[in-house]
Design a protein around this ligand. Structure first.
Ligand code: ATP
Ligand code: MG
Length: 224
């Protein structure tokens, strides 16, 4: 599902190349759940952003479902991403002042489906994320865990096969974190490919099949 070959990402600072990602090679099969673990600044968000096509590599190859995501023209990229990739951001990135139901419809905009169908899909996604009872609430009226479930609903609305989560439990208490992990398990059982970037130790005790990949100073530790 995700194939990364010799990926490098650097920033030029004072004429010097500062490597944030260094010769990354990683193959993730369909249906796999990968926990990307690493300390702050190790490159987790950068790697997820490149896989999502939100950021470009400096060199190397990234294939998502066979497509070279960094080379797709912008127009194709946004519809490709909307159909294939669900993203749960660390700070949820929900739109304020807009209901969860409307937030959940956002990824469908690029797909060009009708409003009626979009509403039904949003309803289904909110149900799957266990937050359909708050569909008409805006983010300000919700707890951290509820917002997070809203963000999961938005990530799932287009039924993507690849789900990327960046520090999904960073703002959650233990109970909500465990409930997030339960949702991940359901997605895993549905056959979704999942990548979670985290340094939360709760992810070290998952009770379903997964692979831990460690990143340190922009390089994968051991074999990816
Ligand atoms: N635009 C930029 N210019 C220069 N350096 C950058 C830029 N964006 C990120 N970096 C550097 O890249 C490194 C990796 O950042 P990244 O956000 O990927 O880390 P992370 O593992 O997600 O950390 P955290 O756990 O704190 O979220 C950091 O050292 C950061 O300073
Ligand atoms: Mg990060």
């Amino acid at each position: 599902m995700v194939k990364i070959e010799n990926l490098n990402k650097f920033y030029e600072i004072d004429g010097q190349k500062q490597y944030v990602l260094n010769a990354i090679n990683l193959n993730i099969q369909k249906g796999e759940c990968v926990i990307l673990k690493g300390v702050s600044g190790s490159g987790k968000t950068t790697l997820l952003s490149i896989i999502a096509g939100l950021d470009k590599p400096s060199s190397g190859k990234v294939l998502v479902d066979g497509e070279p995501i960094s080379k797709l023209p912008d127009m194709h990229l946004s519809s490709f991403r909307a159909q294939k990739i669900g993203i749960v951001f660390q700070n949820f990135n929900l739109l304020d002042g807009v209901s969860l139901a409307d937030n959940a419809m956002v990824p469908l905009i690029a797909s060009g489906i009708g409003l009626k169908e979009a509403k039904l899909k949003a309803q289904d996604a909110l149900k799957l994320a266990n937050i359909d009872h708050k569909a008409n609430k805006t983010p300000i009226e919700l707890s951290g865990g509820e917002k997070q479930r809203g963000a999961i609903a938005r990530a799932l609305v287009a039924n993507p096969n690849l789900i990327l989560c960046d520090e999904p439990t960073a703002n959650l208490d233990r109970a909500n974190s465990l409930s997030f992990i339960q949702t991940l398990k359901e997605l895993h059982n549905m056959g979704k490919t999942i990548i979670v970037a985290t340094h939360d130790s709760l992810f070290e005790e998952l009770d379903f099949e997964h692979r831990v990949v460690e990143i340190s100073q922009g390089s994968l530790v051991g074999r990816g």
